[in-house]
Ligand binder design. Structure first.
Ligand SMILES: Cc1ncc(COP(=O)(O)O)c(C=O)c1O
Length: 389
């Protein structure tokens, strides 16, 4: 039987044709497809500006820099995320600080976040909640906190491209795509994500000044826009480095793939939702298995179930022996050796995130999965629990 992984890309013949066309053309990078991809993504989300980056990590670095974080500043985030969310603060000389998750959403707890803000007034310059697994958490409390404490709100939406927030937003006309509610929203196009460019990422923002800084930052801090020059020059080749930036550009080859994938994003998300519903249906009432929180607008990057910690490793191995190769998302970031040694975090500091990590396994979920794949995974989980009654 074909092995199943927790996530994988879906690249079709049209995607391949688009990429090959770029390879045969004049612009492999810094060409017209970068802006076209940014515009298409902006239109999809409904955002004013989208700036493409070479990865989600680079995009997070750009967002933190654009928000003005530096030495002595802090970024508040969740322990239940990929290391890149917190590392972005370290790249600019700031310190990441963490508040625990709320068990009902698996995302940053607004109450605990506020406590952290009260503890460290004026020091936290950015709040970076993560829509974990694709769950579009209520963002309004964070918008209020960001305003009250003078912090930038950066949503790490690497798990939730194509997700939507509704319910609370009825006054603004129904569902709003993830990407509109924070000062900056960060996406990733890694192959396990909703669309892929191989490696790639982007920041969506409604703020023209943030967009300007993000564009400078991803291109060494160099501008060729005469209207932005600080020096006076009539040299037609004139360009200026105005800040320290990086080469974080996304190439035209990547953007061709992204543009082609974007056409199928709604289908990809709809299929992820269908598969998640199938899992829920087939596992309903299965003793010993807790399913992830559900809500409208969920983008279902992950489908993490929870089982008793004492059984988790055995279930993981049982699934692997049956060709189902999974992952656990995530070891809490502050408990990685690097963070423990550098900042003194220890077990017990983030009880909810730690409890989740001790119980979680992410089941396979990607849009090219068949209904039978879901049945195969669920049957395998059921056979394990049958043996361990
Ligand atoms: C929550 C989160 N943030 C950031 C990233 C980094 O994105 P990338 O792999 O594109 O650098 C990831 C990637 O897995 C992620 O899951």
């Amino acid at each position: 039987m074909e092995p199943l992984t927790y996530g994988r890309q879906w690249v079709d013949d049209d995607d391949v044709t688009e990429v090959v066309n770029v390879l045969r053309g004049d612009w492999l990078t810094q060409g017209p497809l970068v802006e076209r991809f940014e515009e298409a993504l902006a239109e999809y989300i409904g955002a004013r500006h989208v700036v493409a980056f070479s990865s989600g990590t680079a995009a997070l670095h750009g967002a933190v820099a654009a928000a003005g974080l530096g030495e002595g500043d802090r970024l508040l985030t969740t322990p239940l995320t990929f290391a890149a969310t917190a590392n972005a603060a370290l790249y600019v000389g700031s310190e990441p600080v963490f508040a625990d998750i709320y068990e009902g959403t698996l995302c940053l707890s607004p109450l605990k976040a506020e406590r952290k803000l009260e503890e460290l007034p004026r020091k936290i310059k950015a709040i970076a909640p993560v829509s974990f697994g694709g769950y579009p958490f209520d963002i309004e409390p964070f918008q209020i906190m960001a305003k009250d404490y003078g912090a930038a709100l950066i949503e790490d939406a690497c798990h939730s491209l194509g997700g939507a927030r509704d319910g609370n937003y009825w006054r603004r006309g129904g569902a709003r795509k993830v990407g509109l509610d924070a000062d900056m929203t960060v996406f990733s196009f890694h192959p396990v994500k909703h669309i892929t460019t191989g490696e790639g990422g982007a920041v969506a923002t409604g703020n023209a000044e943030y967009a300007r800084r993000l564009r400078l930052f991803r291109n060494h801090g160099i501008t060729r826009d005469p209207s932005a020059f600080e020096d006076i020059s009539s040299d037609p080749w004139h360009n200026e480095m105005q800040m320290l930036g990086f080469n974080y550009r996304l190439s035209d080859i990547h953007c061709a793939l992204g543009l082609s994938q974007l056409k199928r994003l709604d289908m990809f998300v709809a299929r992820r939702r269908e598969l998640a519903e199938l899992y829920r249906k087939h596992m309903a009432g299965l003793e010993g298995v807790y399913q992830p929180p559900a809500r409208d607008g969920h983008a279902y990057h992950l489908f993490p179930i929870r089982v008793a910690p004492a059984l988790r490793a055995a279930l993981f191995t049982h699934l692997a022996e049956n060709g189902i190769r999974l992952q656990v998302h995530y070891p809490p970031v502050p408990l990685h050796p690097y963070y423990r040694k550098r900042f003194g975090y220890k077990k017990g500091d983030f009880p909810e995130a730690e409890k989740f990590y001790a119980e979680a396994i992410s089941l396979p979920l990607f849009p090219s999965m068949k209904d039978e794949d879901v049945t195969r995974v669920v049957d395998c989980v059921k056979s394990f629990f049958h043996k361990h009654k």
